[in-house]
Design a protein around this ligand. Structure first.
Ligand code: NAD
Length: 357
């Protein structure tokens, strides 16, 4: 049987997107949507989110928003990749079977490489390994399969590069010794960020809803501790959100006591106006998708045969990208969030053979 042959696949027409494809597989219970926002710069790389959405429409909204975001992240990061994303609808704890994951892999394969998948919330490296058995269009597989493993350390390293560039921009030096950083969320990314900060001689305060993770950070690095509800109010140089999105909003921004925000969490601004609120409050916001691109930069390296040294160089370039975004914001009298979007859009427009803006 050819890949994708027995899958029930339907195309949705969504303006601004190259392809939005829904797939159902009665035998395994698979219901998935892949959104390819743009392949102008290259294949659309983005993770597969496996989540129990309340409504199918909510899944569609999510996958469209996420796919578009991936176009911006890949573009601003200088990757020759487009933006895409996928969702599998349902509770992964109840629905995940090898049969379903393999059916999903065949669905990805049926798109012929326009979409390249990866791990995201609700999917695991083991899922990616299984998908690899039916399609080459998957990244983030195990190191034993030629993959690059967990992207979190790469994301954390990228954050450090972004933070140094932001410090140079704001404080006139990229030396982090004595710089006070408040880290919200010390999970897979945040815990490694804290390690790097400790090595760099920074003063660190952490918060996490998981007391074990806080205790681990205190034991390993002697960090200070704040409550999860108050970490953004800590008087510090840098606030680093590494937990949830939407943390920067009309309610929290007036309470910030930092000069810079630089963290890994996706979608930190609750709404676009929060970028303006941060600027008005005198806080330098380093756009989340510039800061947290280390993970995708790392897995993108798998497409040409993974080379850790080359990946490291590309992750280090987040420093240059950050500096460029912050400079553009100053030059064009706009916010860094807006500047990052402009930079990303200009690169896509140039590749599409149009002029920028
Ligand atoms: P994770 O689940 O390992 O860690 C998140 C941590 O935040 C956990 O320790 C959790 O207990 C804590 N947390 C949850 N709610 C909190 C709250 N209200 N206050 C303080 N802490 C809270 O996730 P992760 O992989 O470390 O990712 C962190 C963030 O970075 C997420 O927003 C993720 O989308 C984003 N991100 C991660 C990667 C990556 O490579 N892992 C890449 C890009 C973006």
């Amino acid at each position: 049987m050819r890949a994708g042959e027995r899958l029930d696949v339907g195309h949705l027409d969504v303006e601004g997107y190259e392809q939005v494809v829904r797939c159902r597989d009665a035998a395994s219970g698979l219901h998935a949507i892949v959104a390819v926002h743009s392949t102008v710069l290259g294949p659309a790389l983005g993770g597969t989110r496996f989540h129990a959405y309340d409504e199918p429409d909510e899944a569609l909204t999510d996958v469209l928003r996420l796919a578009r975001g991936m176009t911006y992240k890949a573009s601003v990061s200088g990757l020759d990749l487009g933006g895409g994303k996928a969702v599998i609808l349902g509770d992964p704890d109840l629905l995940r079977t090898d049969e379903l994951v393999l059916a999903y892999g065949r669905f990805v394969d049926s798109l012929g490489g326009a979409y390249v998948t990866a791990e995201d919330v609700g999917t695991t490296q083991a899922d990616m390994d299984l998908i690899r058995s039916v399609t080459p269009h998957v990244t983030g597989v195990s190191e034993s399969l030629g993959g690059s493993g967990d992207p979190s350390p790469a994301t954390a390293l990228g954050l450090l590069h972004a933070l140094r560039a932001a410090a140079a921009h704001r404080f006139g030096t990229d030396d982090l010794s004595g710089v006070h950083v408040a880290v919200s969320g010390v999970g897979k990314v945040g815990s490694v960020v804290v390690e790097h900060l400790a090595v760099a001689g920074a003063r660190v305060t952490v918060a996490d809803v998981d007391a074990t993770r806080v205790a681990d950070a205190v034991r390993a690095h002697g960090v200070e501790v704040a409550s999860p509800a108050a970490i953004h109010t800590v008087t510090c140089d840098v606030f680093s959100p590494c937990a949830l999105g939407g943390i920067l909003n009309a309610a929290t921004i007036p309470d910030l006591r930092c000069a810079v925000v630089c963290g890994s969490a996706n979608n930190q601004l609750l709404e676009r106006a929060d970028g303006d609120r941060l600027a008005a409050a005198g806080v330098l916001y380093v756009p989340d998708y510039v800061v947290n691109a280390g993970g995708i930069i790392n897995i993108a390296e798998e497409l040409g045969g993974y080379d850790a040294a080359r990946a490291g160089e590309r992750i280090a370039a987040i420093s240059t990208t950050t500096a460029e975004v912050l400079r553009l914001a100053d030059d064009e009298g706009t916010t860094p969030a807006e500047a990052a979007d402009r930079l990303a859009e200009r690169r896509v427009a140039a590749a599409a053979g149009r002029t920028g803006d």
